[in-house]
Write a protein that binds this ligand. Structure first.
Ligand code: ZN
Length: 249
């Protein structure tokens, strides 16, 4: 199901950083190093769950609304700008690095309309009516409901399935109300450590996105995961410094 897609050179640095930082989690100190000062291994942020590397990278409830959302948004911004440029909603000369880019809620041309994080109004109440990106091909009457997620590696498949279920009702309503020929639910999901599920390149192809753009999404996810690890574990950053950030970006 999962391929450890194209390990770009920086990934090696990332893996080294993970190895360096793993030993600073409380779980590791308590159970592997058997540090007598480590009375319990509860996470220093949520104080509820064991502080493992996986917990910090994508499972801590105290980081969900802040750091994980920021990471999600950085990947979403990248995708949004690429699509907007592809469909002539943003000209080349206005393109920005994704980390400086803020998507507009609505972009429109003769052929396309694109919404960002905007609720879609329907006749009946639909709980999940706000995909990250809604792309409308007006000429061919096709809608793409695009939603992005960056879970732990072992939750990749589950997350993809959840996204499809979540937006099925909206898909049916949009097809009916907007009289569309076709409505696609497009989950764009990759893991917090950059693992790419097989379906991601297919999803990008459906959007006519360059297939290799998953590499940029992977970089954005990994870079942000590194930031989260460093911030939480306050590890000596000499092996993995801000210069590397600049290089990755
Ligand atoms: Zn926690």
């Amino acid at each position: 199901m999962v391929k450890l897609g194209s390990l770009f050179p920086e990934t090696e640095g990332f893996l080294i950083a993970i190895q360096d930082q793993v030993i600073n989690t409380r779980n590791y100190k308590k159970y592997i190093l058997k540090d007598p000062n480590m009375q319990n291994d509860s996470c220093r942020k949520c104080h509820r769950l064991p502080e493992t590397i996986q917990h910090i990278t994508s499972a801590c409830p105290s980081l969900a609304q802040t750091d994980y959302t920021h990471r999600h948004n950085q990947v979403a911004n990248y995708v949004h700008q690429k699509l907007a440029n592809k469909y002539n909603l943003i000209p080349n000369q206005l393109l920005l690095p994704y980390y400086q880019y803020t998507p507009k809620p609505v972009l429109e041309s003769d052929s396309h309309r694109m919404y960002f994080d905007r609720a879609i109004l329907t006749d009946k109440t639909i709980h999940y009516n706000r995909p990250d990106i809604t792309l409308i091909d007006k000429l061919n009457k096709i809608v793409y409901l695009i939603d992005i997620a960056i879970p732990n590696t072992h939750n990749l498949q589950k997350t993809i399935t959840e996204k499809i279920l979540k937006y099925t009702e909206l898909k049916e309503e949009v097809t009916r109300i907007w009289k569309m020929n076709k409505v696609y639910i497009v989950p764009l999901v990759l893991s917090s450590t950059g693992v790419i599920p097989k379906c991601l390149p297919h999803s990008l192809k459906l959007l006519d996105h360059p297939e290799n753009s998953y590499i940029s999404m992977q970089k954005a996810a990994i870079l942000n995961t590194c930031r989260i690890l460093r911030k939480i574990l306050q590890e000596d950053t000499s092996n993995f410094d801000s210069q590397r950030d600049a290089h990755l970006a």
